[in-house]
Design a protein. Sequence first.
Length: 498
Amino acid sequence: MWNYSFGQIDSLELVEGVDKLILQSKSGRYLLKGNVVIKQNNDRMYCDSAYYYYRKKEVYAYGKVHLNKKDTLNLYCDSLFFNMKTEYAKLWGNVRLRDNEYRLSTDSMDYDAKLDRGVYKNGGMITNIVSDERLTSKVGYFYPKSKDFFFRSDVMYTSNEYKVTTDTLQFNGRKKRAYFFGPTDIISQDAKMYCESGWYDVNKEEGVLQKNASILRDQETIFADSLYYNSPKGLSIGQGNVLIRDSSQHIEFSGDYARSSEKESVALITGKALVKRFEDPLDTLFIHADTLFNHLDSLNDSRLVLAYHGVNVYKKDLQGVCDSLSYDRPQGRMTLFHNPVLWTGKAQLSGDTITAIEKEGKIHKAFIQHNALTVSEVDSAAYYNQVYGRNMVTYFDSASIRRVDILGNAKSINFIEEEKENDTTVMVKQQGMNRIYSSDITLYFKKGNIEGVTYREAPDGVMYPMDQIKQNEARVEQFKWDISRRPLSWQGMIQEED
């Protein structure tokens, strides 16, 4: 009887066992009570009672409602409405949905069987049956067949590894890939992350943070327009306004593009690339170049910085230019290659290669190899003190030259000055020019003037009064004065590239 009554209506079938069946022809409905089981195709619905409107093809179910779809999806609620024509359902009261992997709970939900789409709009929670994942949101859309989920407003995802809060999140359960939209905070055991757009692939353990992206760790801060990370490969890529700051190492890198490999222990920075060493906040070291490499040691501390093409160096007591540079941070050793020039105070140093050694954050000495030249301007009348040799070691005291060892083909040109004081001013007058040639020379300086000289072999020296200086003796053959190349500020180094 039951099968005949329902068998002709869109394959709807009442399974035998219902306690009571009443036909109410005036209202065009059946009333079913007790142990109700209704079957349509491969789907079954269980409830305590139900109304079936056979003209409208609508079902209202009440009490312990359970809908099972092909043994893969189960829906539970206190009451349900279902339109068989449109295959549209509404569920109320203690609504729960479960498949083989996820469980959803909410107070009410709409379900469109044609579109295979469920919607809740009054808050819901999804948990993973086989893991510790949990997600809550005010609004949620989900597609059981494709395993696509869309969440909006007050979205929060938690697991043992992460806590994510965002405005909008999209997740595909098959591909295990999540997309974030709107302000998003991601907290892990060792980092806090932020973005306003991005995605993360759970299986591949890779993701992208976009729009004002940042990663904050205990001692490290990273900012960029876009940040990509791949955990298995240990690969990180930042693009657009990249800034990496390590407060424990007092070092900061910035540029338009950065690529870091944990396996290779090296990071690449290009595009207005700049490194800052800020151990002394009042005397920061800046190195700017087209390309920077930061090599790390076994503790992931910066060990060696390499700079290539258009290198500029700025520090309060030291400036320089060259085509390539290496900076050994633990040793405090900076080496400049290819047409290098260094300035410290009034002195200009140049040669084929220059190695500057720091001591307690200040320049201590410089080794100049091949065509070594030190020049300092005497006054605006184009007089220059000059020291030239095959190789040179220059020692400093508070950025002033204290001593110079000239090794091989030594040449020294020094203007002797005399100071005269009156009540209000100090007058400086050049008395003459001292020119010395020797194999090796050591010069001792005080306030920029030669205070003592040591010769290794018999010197060739001459003293010229100012009005008898020979033009061919006033400058060494290798003389050059590159003051126009001297960086005047670290901001100027970047602006020149623009």
